[in-house]
Design a protein around this ligand. Structure first.
Ligand code: ZN
Length: 150
């Protein structure tokens, strides 16, 4: 899969943007290394567009279905206290959604993950923390394979 867009200086055009979990011809799902958040995922549109309304209606629907599918898989996988969905792109105006599994003991709960930390990140304080990145990846892919996005 080629993400490169030589006409813009954009990290999401130049790089996958995390650990690849799934992709099709329109977008990809990655897990991001974020301290305290082992299930921090992003849905990244392959082409360099800034807003959901830059997509045609079919692509808008596809993008949102992928976002909601990531949410469903994370809920089944680790049973978080809350899922946070966000599409910001103020620093990187390349369409991407944050899909973050939240726990009451995570570093920022109940604030957003971008605010000041309220407590330290404890490596084994949360159920997910005992799940290795490899086990997370394998289980995510297994659950994802049951999904029909067509
Ligand atoms: Zn881009």
């Amino acid at each position: 899969m080629v993400y490169m867009n030589p006409t813009v200086d954009c990290p999401l055009c130049d790089q996958i943007g995390g650990h690849l979990l799934w992709q099709d011809d329109r977008c990809r799902v990655v897990r991001v290394d974020e301290p305290g958040y082992s299930a921090y995922c992003r849905v990244i549109w392959h082409t360099h567009v800034a807003e959901m309304t830059d997509l045609n209606p079919l692509d808008q629907t596809h993008c949102l279905r992928v976002v909601l599918t990531v949410e469903s898989v994370l809920r089944a996988l680790i049973k978080p206290d809350k899922i946070n969905l966000a599409s910001l792109g103020n620093f990187t105006p390349h369409l991407h959604w944050h899909v973050v599994a939240r726990f009451q003991g995570d570093p920022h709960f109940p604030q957003s993950v971008w605010g000041p930390a309220l407590r330290p990140s404890l490596p084994f304080a949360l159920p997910l923390q005992s799940l290795s990145p490899e086990a997370f990846h394998q289980t995510f892919v297994r659950l994802w394979s049951r999904v029909n996005l067509s």
